[in-house]
Design a protein around this ligand. Structure first.
Ligand code: PLP
Length: 763
């Protein structure tokens, strides 16, 4: 959508753009269809129709399915909807309940996983291999089915790959499905655009059993160039169609009546148009595949249908041109748009980041020109010289650890300190920025450019009207005469003050503490320090002190495609729904760079322009391990090392970890894991609420970096008075009354096994 919006804006500016991003035929719908629509208007027969569609149209659809696909349906088994998309959506809403899994072969049509999520289900992405023309095999399908699987969402011919299953391949998939209690939603919208000699087959037609398990979805959008008319349909078991009809009836009611008359003409009138369309696209397909073959580094399987090709462009990742560094398919699409003036869609949107989708629904001369431009732009991309990568913007701060906090200053003391702070905010070094932290507007007032820089990077911006006051305020002031590096906090006014420290960790922690204080005292939410992710639609939090290999375990889990990252440090939780609802308020991950020792792949994703205290001289290395073995990278000439200190940090954009489908901001918590090192107790034990709270309240004595145990493992808490600890217990009691809780004993197993145990608990 972002690429499309930019492409549109460029076209509007008069830029000569070749648009390979379109998802619709470029040839207008035939006259007879338009006339049928006009006639329905002139005859004034365009009132509401039956919710499920005009009887004549449903009859025409039944005949089409019988004559062309060998599938007999009564009209009650057919519903007409506003586009194929709504037909799929209604069927999903009718079939899928919370907790159901829907298998979606990837690459997939972008809307499938989101539709499943809206229905409360969990999309289970099944990666199809390029070597098998992006088609899943019966073995792969069989391995993905679990007792929770409710449906398979099949798209053939496929958007975005253009691949199409043969009848034999569908029969083989059918054999797997026939023995299972699952449905198939078969998206056949590109049926008429099939180029090869083999005839189109619907999976519903491979056996009587499969017909009873399949909901066929089709429409007139692609075959008759009627995308904007919004007319599609579904056919299948009467009970499913009845469910879809109920949903539609309370949503849009019938599809547009004018469009229904037009579709009736499309299905019953002359059928030359789809054939002409198919022949035109076949020629273009041959042309584009031939042209793509001429570009070095691109592989592209020959699509058998639709109007898309899906070339693998990953050999260009890691290259750059004039400072533009290509990291992924989105970056490449962006580069092609600005450098070649060609719009393509990043494969990431379809669940595979190594590819781009090129739509050849455009004239042959555009195809020739567009591919030429792509080839020229790709040729410019070069492997960056090493020295480029090392451009590190790294702020060394005067203090490197959390400063001491005095958290119960009086209102009078606060006012005096704030006045003192304000005196240091002069024109030249006066930075103010309102952050949106879980709904609380926290204003930073500072004279430290580095803190301002990291603050703006880290949070979402907040709007504050002229007469509105922020929910909290933090002063961060450097150069205050006669003061130590120290922090103060006043709860009544929600004011934090940091003096003479420029370490972002202190500012960030104070902000978390302030918002936690706000939430726990009337804001109706509380803060949990932990790492959180969603696995198959269900959220979990891992709580544990330093030294429990939390980072290693957690980031390792994210390699599994069924995990979606939520937060790696701090979440805010509300209890007004069935499950605790957790929000990650941060835009970026502020991450200790020495995690690269346990999760090397993260290193290349650090934002090198947002680093703090990264060691850049071998003499400053705190570990010295590599020096002992003569293996210090800095001694070898590399100007920095991420592993050399426990006090260095970088900003990490969660997007880079796995793209937009692998990162969420909100989730429900179903499971809590408490990591500890507990001698001989089993690797996994179930905890009840009291046991879990007792562990958390005690803190973790072995947390070597804390001078004393940190209750609730939450070093962002500003108070540890009895009253405040009581408040924490109340919130955690709510948490554990609505979730499963397990203690994981890290002393009993290696990281790999710990991950497996965690995955088992989540099943
Ligand atoms: N299914 C697939 C695979 C598609 O590519 C599209 C449109 O791009 C649709 C469904 C939606 O079709 P309609 O325009 O009929 O809603």
């Amino acid at each position: 959508m972002k690429i499309a919006a930019r492409a549109l804006a460029m076209k509007a500016e008069g830029i000569d753009l070749i648009d390979f991003s379109v998802g619709e035929p470029d040839i207008p719908a035939p006259e007879n269809i338009k006339l049928a629509a006009i006639e329905s208007i002139n005859k004034d027969i365009i009132k509401y129709t039956a919710n499920v569609g005009l009887p004549s149209l449903r009859k025409a659809i039944a005949e089409k399915l019988k004559n062309e696909n060998g599938l007999e349906y009564s009209p009650e088994q057919i519903i007409v909807s506003n586009g194929g998309k709504q037909a799929i959506f209604n069927v999903i809403m009718a079939l899928i309940e919370e907790g159901d899994e829907v298998i979606i072969p990837a690459p997939f049509y972008v809307s499938y996983p989101e539709m499943v999520r809206i229905a409360g289900g969990s999309p289970v992405i099944l990666n199809a291999k390029e070597t098998n023309d992006f088609k899943v095999t019966p073995e792969e399908l069989s391995a993905a089915i679990t007792p929770k699987t409710k449906a398979l969402l099949l798209c053939s011919p496929s958007n975005p790959t253009g691949c199409c299953y043969t009848k034999e391949e569908l029969s083989a998939l059918g054999k797997v499905i026939e023995n299972e209690d699952i449905y198939v939603i078969s998206d056949e919208i590109y049926e008429k655009l099939l180029f090869e000699d083999f005839p189109f087959a619907s999976i519903a037609s491979v056996s009587e059993k499969m017909k009873l398990k399949t909901i066929v979805v089709n429409g007139v959008s692609k075959a008759y160039s009627m995308t904007g008319w919004r007319l599609g349909y579904a056919a299948g078991p009467a009970n499913v169609i009845e469910g879809a009809a109920r949903i539609q009836s309370h949503n849009t009611s019938n599809a547009s009546t004018v469009s229904q008359y037009a579709a009736l003409e499309a299905l019953t009138g002359p059928q030359d148009f789809p054939r002409m369309l198919r022949d035109t696209y076949r020629k273009r397909r041959d042309l584009i595949v031939e042209k793509l073959k001429g570009i070095p580094g691109i592989t592209c399987s020959k699509p058998t249908g639709a109007f898309y090709v899906f070339p693998n462009v990953s050999s260009y990742f890691g290259k750059e041109y004039q400072g533009t560094f290509i990291r992924n398919s989105y970056g490449l699409a962006h580069y092609l748009l600005s450098e070649a003036k060609v719009a393509v869609v990043p494969g990431e949107a379809f669940g595979n980041d190594n590819y781009i989708r090129i739509s050849y629904s455009t004239a042959e001369e555009n195809i020739i020109e567009g591919i030429k431009r792509i080839a020229e732009a790709l040729e410019k991309l070069q492997t960056p010289e090493k020295v480029k990568i090392f451009q590190l913007s790294n702020t060394k701060t005067a203090t490197k650890r959390q400063v001491e906090l005095e958290s119960s200053i009086t209102r009078e003391q606060r006012d005096a300190l704030a006045a003192e702070a304000e005196a240091y905010l002069k024109n030249k070094n006066y930075f103010v920025w309102n952050a949106h932290i879980n709904g609380v507007v926290v204003q930073l007032r500072t004279n430290i450019p580095h803190l301002y820089d990291f603050w703006v990077e880290n949070w979402y911006p907040a709007q504050l009207g002229r007469n509105e006051k922020p929910g909290g305020i933090i002063y961060a002031i450097d150069g205050v005469v006669g003061r130590e590096a120290l922090a103060f906090y006043n709860s009544e006014t929600k004011t934090g003050l940091l003096f003479n420290t420029d370490f972002y960790g202190s500012l960030r922690s104070l902000a978390f503490g302030l918002v936690t204080d706000f939430g726990e005292n009337g804001g109706d939410f509380h803060g949990i320090r932990g790492m959180s992710a969603v696995c198959r639609g269900k959220g979990f939090v891992m709580i544990g002190p330093r030294g429990t290999r939390k980072t290693d375990i957690f980031y390792g889990l994210l390699n599994d495609l069924s995990f979606t990252l939520h937060s790696s440090d701090m979440i805010y939780v509300k209890y007004n729904k069935k499950y605790p609802a957790a929000v990650n308020p941060e835009r970026k991950i502020y991450i200790p760079t020495n995690v690269s020792a346990v999760v090397p792949k993260l290193t290349e994703m650090f934002d090198l322009s947002k680093c703090e205290n990264v060691v850049d001289k071998s003499t400053e290395c705190e570990t010295r391990k590599c020096r002992e073995t003569n293996d210090c990278r800095m001694d070898k000439g590399i100007p920095y090392c991420f592993k050399a200190s426990a006090d260095s940090y970088a900003m990490l954009d969660p997007y880079w970890i796995g793209g937009m489908h692998r990162h969420v901001k909100t989730m429900d918590i179903r499971t809590v894991f408490i990591l500890q090192s507990e001698g001989n107790s089993p690797v996994v034990s179930t905890l009840n609420a009291e046991e879990a709270i007792a562990i958390l309240e005690r803190g973790f004595p072995a947390d070597t970096l804390a001078s004393q145990p940190v209750p609730f493992y939450n070093n962002h808490l500003l108070f540890n008075t009895q009253e405040r600890i009581g408040l924490q217990k109340e919130y955690y009691t709510k948490l554990f009354s609505k979730t499963n809780c397990y203690a994981i004993n890290i002393a009993q197993a290696e990281v790999e096994e710990l991950r497996e145990k965690i995955i088992e608990c989540l099943k």
